[in-house]
Design a protein around this ligand. Structure first.
Ligand code: ASN
Ligand code: ZN
Ligand code: CA
Length: 336
């Protein structure tokens, strides 16, 4: 049979009604996105291996609640679509490995599993249903975070320990947030927190805060607002805080702000203000640094050099934007 390229209507849990790529394969609609490398979305429940490709009979998917098993698949497929489009439109990147080939997503993993993960081996991402199987980890900034682990693997390949591990994690939070801002989605209002909709810990709070990473303090540990010699000893989800803070400061500037109705207050190590260059510029600098200058062993000092080189390439050495990059690193105690 000849597959017909479709755009299905999805009722997601976190992002309202969305369009998702589908195909009509001989009268059965499949959650396969032919315009994004053939990315497929599977439901893992009750079966081994990669699970069952999600299918439907009328190309209207999910009902926005957990009562419909398709809903989590809609969020995952939508996250994949927005992340693919973000990398393509912003940076000309053609998929995770920049070869036009899609990955795949697996939803309904495990039991009460409050996490999601990317796996370089299967080139796929996997989502648990969260606490009480009621809070799937499929919100947009999380799916873009997981897909970005694949981009990092395919580019700088930052080693997942020490300072390079923190930079790997931060790259996923930075691009996850950039995708949230890129998506035209009134239901999931973009912000500088990570995982704010899935209530991953059951505290009603986000997992991470980019404006002031130390606000994520929990029994498991805490991120730092500023670099110290101890940063490299932290779990990557905490050593990421220094770079997340750099990115927030570079994008939005220091001090108190309200963005899309959310209040932020970003301090600086040196007490000096940082002037904002906007998230579009900041994410372009980070992407170029990641894909052109960072390597597996890049540490915070190396990330500073890499982003300054990227800023010089994109905006000119000594430009205001270039100077802002140096100031934002100084503001998180990463100096020359
Ligand atoms: N969600 C986590 C992450 O992508 C999973 C993990 O800790 N590996 O970082
Ligand atoms: Zn991660
Ligand atoms: Ca967010």
């Amino acid at each position: 049979s000849v597959e017909e390229i479709r755009s299905g209507t999805g009722n997601s849990q976190y992002s309202g009604q969305v369009q998702i790529g589908t195909v009509n394969n001989g009268g059965v609609y499949e959650l396969t996105d032919p315009e994004r490398g053939g990315h497929k979305t599977y439901d893992l429940t009750g079966v081994g291996g990669i699970g069952n490709l999600v299918t439907d009979d009328d190309d209207v998917w999910g009902d926005g609640t957990l009562a419909d098993r398709q809903t989590a698949a809609v969020d995952a497929a939508y996250g994949q679509r927005e992340t693919w489009d973000f990398y393509k439109e912003r940076f000309g990147r053609n998929g995770i490995a920049d070869n036009g080939v899609g990955a795949f997503s697996r939803v309904h993993y495990g039991d009460n599993y409050a996490n999601a993960f990317w796996d370089d081996g299967c080139f796929c991402m996997t989502y648990g249903d969260g606490r009480e199987n009621a809070h799937p980890l499929t919100e947009l900034d999380i799916s873009a975070h997981e897909m970005t682990h694949g981009v990092t693997f395919a580019t700088a390949n930052l080693t997942y320990t020490g300072e390079s591990g923190g930079l790997n994690e931060a790259t996923s939070d930075i691009m996850g947030t950039a995708v949230e801002f890129f998506a035209d989605n009134p239901a999931d209002v973009p912000d500088y927190t990570i995982g704010e909709l899935a209530d991953v810990r059951g505290t009603g709070k986000p997992l991470r805060y980019m404006d002031q990473p130390s606000k994520d303090a929990s029994a498991k540990g805490t991120s730092q607002d500023y670099w110290t010699p101890e940063t490299r000893k932290l779990d990557p989800h905490f050593s990421s805080g220094v770079a997340n803070h750099f990115f927030y400061l570079l994008s939005e500037g220091s001090g108190k702000k309200t963005i899309n109705g959310v209040a932020y207050d970003s301090p600086t190590y040196d007490g000096l203000p940082v002037a904002p260059i906007g998230m579009g510029n900041a994410s372009a600098i980070w992407y170029r640094a990641l894909t052109t200058y960072m390597t597996s062993g890049t540490d915070y000092a190396g990330a500073r050099t890499a982003t300054l080189q990227a800023a010089a390439d994109l905006f000119g050495q000594g430009s205001e934007t270039y100077e802002a990059v140096g100031n934002a690193w100084a503001a998180v105690n990463v100096g020359a």
